[in-house]
Write a protein of this length. Structure first.
Length: 71
């Protein structure tokens, strides 16, 4: 087996979105110019309109302002 075959596969793409809408059950995200409705259970708490979020692999989490400036 080669080294490449032994290494675990993982996604290197970072997904970043903006919160475009909120309801009790859904968060509307804008991801790369497209709108996606995501269940609230798949987002961190205390999101507000305009927040920037990143996909952690399990939930969308709020990005701190300092992190946004460094990207």
């Amino acid at each position: 087996m080669t080294d490449r075959e032994q290494q675990p596969k993982s996604c290197k793409i970072e997904r970043i979105a903006s919160v475009a809408g909120l309801t009790d059950d859904l968060v509307r995200l804008e991801v790369e110019g497209k709108f996606v409705n995501v269940p609230r259970s798949k987002t961190s708490e205390n999101l507000v309109l305009g927040d920037r979020v990143s996909w952690s692999g399990t939930v969308w989490v709020k990005i701190r302002e300092e992190e946004v400036k460094n990207r």
